[in-house]
Design a protein around this ligand. Sequence first.
Ligand SMILES: [Fe+2]
Ligand SMILES: [Fe+2]
Length: 217
Amino acid sequence: MDTVSFVQELEAFKAERLSPIVGAGQLSLADGAHGDGKKMLQVALANEISVSELAAAWMPSVPQIDVKIALARQAGDEAGHFQLVADRLAALGFDIAEFQGAAENPLFAYMKSLSGTVERIAAGLFTLESIAYVVNENFMAFCGRRGDAETVRIYREYIQPDERAHQQLGQRLLAKYAITTELQQAAKEAVIKVLEIATATRAQAAARMGTACFPGC
Ligand SMILES: [Fe+2]
Ligand SMILES: [Fe+2]
């Protein structure tokens, strides 16, 4: 398949598989948006640092220079998001020195196991960043209902534009590098796997936190 049609099809497939994740958050919102906003921002901290570390870990072993630079810039952007969220938490009275770092997580364990450039683009920029964007929208709605306009502003003005740009970069890089049937198959498998693991881990975390509105990276 030509790469443009391939990416279009994969986009449609991804959107369909994202809908249960979006729906779970909307259900929590409709249910009255219970949950602890500060705990949810700590989830954001863990996710932002994990994805920054992942992009940084992938960067040296990717031979394609444009992908290498994309990963390096993403690592920096996600570190910036970490700092924005950390500053917000500090303003809300959370001592950032208490942050323990991100716990082992099956999603990042799977992502770290990927060695091919196309799988990494498909799993990371293309899929994980799309998940981040849609779950952050639900988190912003949650914060809005709580009257936390400042957190909403930080996500609207800084974090979400980056997450969208990461996802669009993933589309462009896939269209450039997923040029054979084998590579397209590998990309699709990575997309399926990331969505599968993310759907399961988010459902577990939602049960623990009492809400599915917590943010992504
Ligand atoms: Fe991102
Ligand atoms: Fe981020």
